[in-house]
Design a binder for this molecule. Structure first.
Ligand SMILES: Cc1cc2nc3c(=O)[nH]c(=O)nc-3n(C[C@H](O)[C@H](O)[C@H](O)COP(=O)(O)OP(=O)(O)OC[C@H]3O[C@@H](n4cnc5c(N)ncnc54)[C@H](O)[C@@H]3O)c2cc1C
Length: 480
C-alpha cells in the first residue's frame, strides 16, 4: 500500500530551492501535492497591481518548474482551510506542510486552516522558512523581546542559522493529481492573476530572483557600504520583492554572501557585513510586528498619540501633491514618481519622502504607509510600518525627534550629479544648471516650466514640527 501524500501549501515561498516546508514534506511523505490557494486576500485593495503581477509571474514559473520535476501545482479557490481540507479528501493526504507565518494576517490564516483541518485529523506543519531567526527566538538579558535594533542585531548575528536545503531532483506526485481531469484553476484565468503589471515593475519568478541576485553579487555587493545610499547608482540588491514572495530563499542568500565574504578583501568584507545587517533590519521589524502587532496601525510610542497631525482639506491637498510627486522638492518628487512607475523605491529616498510627509507636511504616517502598501511590489507589513514609524519618530528608535531630513541637502549628498532626479522628473531633465542647484530649482534664475514651486518652506515646516515634538515631550509622563 502506498503511503498518503503530503500537501505542500505555497504562499510566500514561491520556489523549489531552499524551501524548507517542501523539503520536510518530501522527507515525511513518499509523494506530495503542491498547492496554491487563491483567497480573497489577493483581491483586496492592499494587494497592489505590482504585487499581483509579481505573484502571477512567480506562480506561473513555479508551476512550470514543478511540471519539469514530474509534479503539478494545483490551484484552488479559498478560504485556505476549506480548500486544503477538500484537497486532502480528494487525494487521501494526511498532512499539510507550509511556512510558519508570524504576521497577523498569516497567523490568523494558519489558525483558521488548522481549525478546518482538525476534524478530519489532518496535521498542519508550519515550518520556519521566511526568516533566518524566528521572531520569538531572541530576548534581552531580562528575557524581554528587543525593541532596539543594535542589541537585537548583535544577538541575531551571533545566532546559528540553518543551511539552505537543496532543490529536489524530482517532486513525486500522485498520478491522479497529474491527470488533466484533476481540478485546478488555470493560472491565466482568475481575475487579478492576469495582471501583467507596468513595464517597469519588478519581474517575478525564481529565475529572475537568481538573475537579480547574481547581478548584485557580481557587481555591487563588494561596494555596498559606499554605494547603497546612492539612488542614482545600481548599488543595492533589489531583492525586496523576491524576499517578500520567497522567489529566492533567505538561507541561500546568506550562505552565498558569506562565501563571498570569505574570499573578499577587507573593504569588500565590510560591504558584505553591512548587507547582512540590512537583512537583520528585515528580521528586527518582523520581530517587532510579532511582539507588537498593534504597530500596523498604532504608534509604537504612545506619547505620539497626541501629535498634532494636519487634518481636513489642507492635509488632503498636501498629501495629494506628495503622492503625485509634485511637492517642488526634486528628491521627494523623483522618489514618488519612481514608486508610481516601478512599484519600488530606493531606501534612502523612502526615508526622505517619509520624513517629508510626516515632518514637513505633518501628515499622519499611516496615510503614507497605506499609500506605500498600495503601490510597492515589496509591500511588507513589518518593514513598511517599521520604516514609516522610524521616519515619523513614533517608532522603536531612541532619538526620533531631531531627525528631520533637509530634502535639498539629502538630494545634493546622495544624488550629487542630479542624475536620479533628472531620470524621474522630465521637467528637470534638460535644465542647464549645476547639479546642486537642480535640487533647489526655485533658486534658479528661470525656474523650470511645468515644475511646481515648493508646497511648503522646509525651514518653517521644520520649526513647526520641532515645536510640536517639544510639546509632546514635555506632556509625556515622566519616568519614575
Ligand atoms: C518608509 C519606509 C518604508 C519601507 N517599506 C518597505 C516595505 O514595504 N517592504 C520592504 O521590503 N522594505 C521596506 N522598507 C525597507 C527598505 O527601504 C527596502 O527593503 C529596500 O529599499 C529594498 O531594496 P533592496 O532590496 O535593493 O535593498 P538592499 O539594500 O539590497 O537590502 C537587502 C534586503 O535587506 C532588507 N532591508 C534593507 N533595508 C531594510 C530596512 N531599512 N528595513 C527592513 N528591511 C530592510 C530588505 O529585505 C532588502 O531587500 C521601507 C523603508 C522605509 C524607510
Amino acid at each position: 500500500m502506498t503511503s498518503p501524500p503530503g500537501l505542500v501549501l505555497f504562499r510566500r515561498n514561491l520556489r523549489l530551492d531552499d524551501n524548507r516546508p517542501l523539503d520536510a514534506a518530501l522527507r515525511a511523505s513518499g509523494s506530495v501535492v503542491p498547492v496554491f490557494v487563491l483567497d480573497d486576500h489577493y483581491l483586496t485593495e492592499d494587494f497592489s497591481p505590482p504585487r499581483l503581477a509579481f505573484l502571477a509571474e512567480s506562480l506561473r514559473e513555479l508551476a512550470a518548474a514543478l511540471d519539469a520535476k514530474g509534479s503539478r501545482l494545483v490551484v484552488r479557490k479559498g478560504p485556505v482551510g476549506e480548500a486544503l481540507a477538500a484537497l486532502a479528501r480528494e487525494t487521501g493526504a494526511d498532512a499539510v506542510f507550509t511556512h510558519a507565518d508570524h504576521e497577523p494576517h498569516g497567523h490568523e490564516l494558519l489558525a483558521s486552516a488548522r481549525a478546518a483541518l482538525e476534524p478530519p485529523g489532518i496535521a498542519l506543519h508550519a515550518v520556519e522558512d521566511l526568516l533566518l531567526v524566528p521572531p520569538d527566538a531572541l530576548a534581552t538579558e531580562a528575557g524581554k523581546p528587543f525593541t532596539v535594533y543594535t542589541p537585537f542585531s548583535r544577538r541575531w548575528l551571533e545566532r546559528d542559522k540553518e543551511a539552505p536545503a537543496p532543490e529536489p531532483g524530482r517532486v513525486p506526485t500522485p498520478d491522479a493529481v497529474l491527470a488533466a481531469s484533476f481540478p485546478s484553476i488555470p493560472l491565466d484565468r482568475p481575475r487579478g492573476l492576469r495582471e501583467e503589471g507596468a513595464p517597469d515593475n519588478p519581474r517575478g519568478g525564481s529565475r529572475e530572483a537568481r538573475r537579480v541576485w547574481n547581478a548584485f553579487r557580481e557587481s555591487a555587493l563588494l561596494h555596498y557600504a559606499e554605494k547603497r545610499d546612492r539612488p542614482d547608482l545600481p548599488g543595492t540588491s533589489r531583492l525586496s520583492p523576491h524576499l517578500r514572495f520567497g522567489t529566492i530563499g533567505i538561507r541561500r542568500i546568506l550562505h552565498e554572501a558569506k562565501e563571498i565574504w570569505k574570499a573578499a578583501p577587507s573593504a569588500g568584507r565590510k560591504s558584505v557585513e553591512t548587507f547582512i545587517k540590512e537583512l537583520a533590519w528585515r528580521e528586527f521589524y518582523a520581530s517587532i510586528l510579532f511582539h507588537h502587532p498593534r504597530v500596523l496601525t498604532e504608534n509604537f510610542r504612545a506619547e505620539f498619540d497626541a501629535f498634532p497631525w494636519r487634518t481636513g482639506e489642507e492635509a488632503d491637498l498636501l498629501f495629494a501633491a506628495w503622492a503625485a510627486g509634485r511637492t517642488g522638492y526634486p528628491i521627494v518628487d523623483a522618489g514618488m514618481r519612481q514608486l508610481l512607475a516601478e512599484g519600488w523605491m530606493h531606501n534612502r529616498v523612502r526615508m526622505v519622502v517619509a520624513s517629508f510627509l510626516t515632518k514637513d507636511l505633518r501628515v499622519d504616517w499611516r496615510r503614507g504607509e497605506s499609500f506605500f502598501r498600495r503601490h510597492l511590489a515589496d509591500g511588507d507589513p513589518a518593514s513598511n510600518s517599521g520604516g514609516w514609524q522610524w521616519a515619523a519618530g513614533s517608532g522603536t528608535d531612541a532619538q526620533p525627534f531631531f531627525r528631520i531630513f533637509n530634502p535639498v541637502l539629502q538630494g545634493r549628498k546622495f544624488d550629487p550629479d542630479a542624475a536620479y532626479v533628472k531620470r524621474w522628473i522630465p521637467e528637470l531633465a534638460n535644465v542647464a544648471a549645476a547639479p546642486g542647484d537642480l535640487h533647489a530649482p526655485w533658486t534658479l534664475e528661470t525656474p523650470p516650466p511645468g515644475y511646481p514651486a515648493p508646497i511648503v518652506d522646509h525651514f518653517a515646516a521644520k520649526a513647526t514640527a520641532l515645536a510640536a515634538f517639544a510639546k509632546l515631550k514635555s506632556a509625556a509622563p515622566k519616568k519614575p
